[in-house]
Design a protein around this ligand. Structure first.
Ligand code: M6R
Length: 604
């Protein structure tokens, strides 16, 4: 997702800002920009694509002496990745960079347009700078105007703002998106979205908490917390190891990405939830006109999230849904009818097989939709419509947070279609939306849970195989759990519908066969339980994951009690991800780059 840097000092500001942005490249971006206030004058440069383009544009730009500047890498959410939409956004005498989403930007923009303000971009961010300047005109005190602006914003943000009326200062605010400040003995000040840009520049850093805001110059750092109390920053020494800084202290990117799920799902939800309806600004309602069926197509983990969607779409949206593995679909001369909405799902948007099926569907005249994590990827460019999952860059080859955000989007899309088709009562839509709001809490990793899984993992390093079993949506989750385990542990694992075991696979049951049983309290509990009992009776070693104690299990991982099976789904998803991670770490494998696998499979 977007990255932010800021600098106050007398060194080479252009280099410091652009080098800082390079360190944030791993977060993903499609355009970048910087703005520098030097000698009372703003210079601003923006470029689409990679940072090399920004370097090229700024090659003749030099400053002397003290300057204040901000920089940004943008991952498009509102508006295409164009130069005009790139940050910083400039007003008459101020500029701003922003990471996050301003949920009420449409209303704010409407008011500002009525006041005669001209907007240059399609972004939500641009309202911040114009709102600030409007407030500054009436209040005439930059900090008070900034404070008032923050009070008018809804959503998530990390913001840096620079204004000519206080030309040695950066105004900042953090609410939901990461940001920290660094300093050194030369009185230089640095801001960034993560530690890495500051390594080699700052000696000490302080991490802002949600709700923190204030202003900083070379001489003072003034911070207020969410209760508007002035607080003292707590600075700590900055580690000098870049790779570990990128991992934020986690052992592997996969681990970091599992822990990030709560934050990225919040991003996925931003601006899309009302009390009784789901908003997908990016979708035209007419997309569903004349549609009687949905066909889903994907590979790997994305296939598993799509398989989950087949249950939700038919159950709640009451629309006929089928699914296929992309590599199979593309060669079997399928019948495609124009009343089918063809939906592809992909983290990367580049998977060759999935992309090909999308092209086939387009050629056959079907309406197409892609659910994707990477804007401007091939699939996003080809499909008629796109929903971005907003998981941010996923570095671990084994997908985790991309899956979590795909499921979140599918649940929302189910309710979006249900509303269009009037297929379930509004009270049910409202109930489910309130559940969706709880997903970020359900996927938070607790220390005690992680510690327990770490300890348990030592019992699962051998054996002749694993069965992950579940019913209904817990079957795709079982498939996903098995895929995670085999990808990074190289142990043999299969996902099965619980009820299918007695039709053959149970022949393998013995103490060296490990069954990971998904037992949700709120969906077919008794049926799933008796399937596990059948395996237990044949001496398979059982690890049960449930909110309800289960005495037939050899090991038991307790999830929190939830109101609904879909929240149990998210709780169990985290458990199976952590179990694979810990087994793989104990086996000494390279978790992030497992053998034989590539992150993006762009060949057949
Ligand atoms: O980028 P995509 O979602 O299209 O990728 C599809 C699969 O290659 C991918 O999910 C793969 O299975 C992952 N390694 C799973 O962890």
């Amino acid at each position: 997702m977007c990255g932010i840097v800021g600098y106050i000092g007398s060194n080479n500001i252009k280099k410091i800002l652009i080098d800082g942005l390079k360190e944030l490249e791993y977060r993903g971006y499609d355009s970048a920009g910087i703005a520098v206030l030097n000698d009372g004058k703003f210079d601003s440069y923006k470029a689409t694509g990679k940072l090399i383009n920004l370097e090229e544009k700024t090659k003749d730009f030099h400053t002397k002496g003290f300057a204040v500047g901000i920089g940004h890498t943008r991952w498009a959410t509102h508006g295409k990745p164009t130069e005009l939409n790139a940050h910083p956004h400039i007003g008459e005498s101020s500029c701003v960079v922003h990471n996050g989403i301003i949920e009420n930007y449409v209303a704010l923009k409407k008011e500002l347009l009525a006041d005669g303000v001209t907007f240059l971009s399609q972004t939500d961010t641009e309202v911040i700078v114009h709102l600030f300047e409007k407030n500054l005109k009436s209040i005439n005190n930059p900090f008070e105007a900034f404070k008032k602006t923050l009070n008018q914003l809804e959503g998530a943000y990390a913001i840096l703002l620079v204004t000519k009326s206080e030309d040695k200062t950066i105004f900042f605010a953090k609410h939901g998106s990461p940001m920290l400040i660094g300093k050194n003995s030369d009185k230089e000040i640095f801001f960034a979205s993560s530690d890495t840009p500051l390594i080699g520049y700052a000696d000490e850093v302080s991490y802002f908490e949600d709700g923190d805001y204030g202003f900083v110059s070379s001489d003072e750092i003034i911070i207020f917390n969410q209760n508007n109390e002035k607080i003292e920053p707590i600075f700590s020494k900055l580690s000098q190891n870049k790779l570990s800084a990128q991992k934020d202290g986690y052992r592997f990117f996969m681990e970091k990405e599992i822990y990030e799920q709560s934050i990225v799902i919040s991003d996925t939800l931003l601006g899309r939830l009302k009390d009784d309806e789901i908003l997908f600004d990016e979708l035209d309602d007419s997309l569903f006109d004349g549609i009687n069926e949905i066909k889903l197509c994907a590979c790997g983990t994305s296939y598993h999230s799509a398989l989950t969607a087949t249950y939700l779409f038919e159950r709640y949206a009451k629309i006929k849904t089928s699914i296929e593995v992309a590599s199979e679909f593309r060669y079997r001369k399928p019948i495609m009818t124009k009343d089918t909405l063809f939906v592809v799902i992909s983290q990367s948007g580049e998977t060759a097989d999935t992309l090909e099926t999308l092209k086939m569907a387009k050629k056959a005249g079907l309406k197409t939709l892609v659910i994707c994590n990477v804007d401007n990827s091939s699939m996003v460019r080809v499909a008629d419509a796109c929903i971005l999952t907003r998981a941010g860059v996923e570095k671990g080859v084994a997908s985790t947070k991309a899956f979590a955000t795909q499921i979140t989007v599918f649940w929302m899309l189910t309710l979006f279609i249900a509303k269009l088709k009037n297929s379930i009562p509004t009270t049910e839509i409202t109930r489910q939306i309130s559940l969706i709001r709880q997903i970020p809490t359900s996927v938070k990793v607790s220390d005690s849970m992680h510690e327990r899984i770490k300890r348990l993992s030592k019992r699962y390093l051998h054996g002749h195989g694993f069965f992950f079993i579940g019913r209904d949506v817990f079957f795709p989750l079982a498939l996903e759990g098995a895929l995670k385990l085999k990808e990074i542990s190289y142990l043999h694992a299969e996902g099965y519908p619980s009820g299918e075991m007695k039709h053959g696979p149970i022949a393998l049951a013995d103490p060296e066969l490990f069954t990971i049983a998904l037992l949700p309290e709120h969906l077919h509990y008794e049926k799933a339980k008796s399937n596990v009992e059948e395996l237990s009776a044949r001496d398979s070693t059982i690890c049960a994951i449930s909110a309800l104690e289960f005495d037939k299990a050899d090991d038991f991982i307790k999830i929190n009690s939830c109101e609904d099976y879909m929240l149990e789904f998210f709780e169990m998803m985290v458990v199976v991800q952590l179990l694979s991670l810990e087994i793989s770490i104990r086996l000494g494998n390279d978790v992030d780059m497992p053998r034989n696998l590539a992150k993006s499979v762009t060949v057949e």
